[in-house]
Design a protein around this ligand. Structure first.
Ligand SMILES: [Zn+2]
Length: 72
């Protein structure tokens, strides 16, 4: 919940104007923790990284198997 220092009260995110200011006193409200509780969906570049990691580790695994087989 965003906290308004001027009113000394919590403000619901819907009780703020489009600029994130308190509709009662018009001062800037700390909205740092507004987005925190929401379960964020992983961004697309996260999955690109995961895919790259899986491909890389798969490649290293195959390399490792070839190395082990070569030892015999
Ligand atoms: Zn206020």
């Amino acid at each position: 919940m965003p906290w308004c220092d001027s009113c000394d009260e919590y403000r619901a995110p819907t009780a703020l104007d489009t600029e994130g200011k308190c509709v009662t006193c018009g001062s800037k409200v700390d909205i740092a923790d507004v987005k925190a509780p929401a379960v964020k969906k992983a961004p697309w570049h996260f999955w690109v990284m995961v895919a790259a990691l899986v491909i890389y580790l798969g490649y290293r695994l195959i390399q490792g198997i070839i190395w082990v087989v070569g030892k015999f």
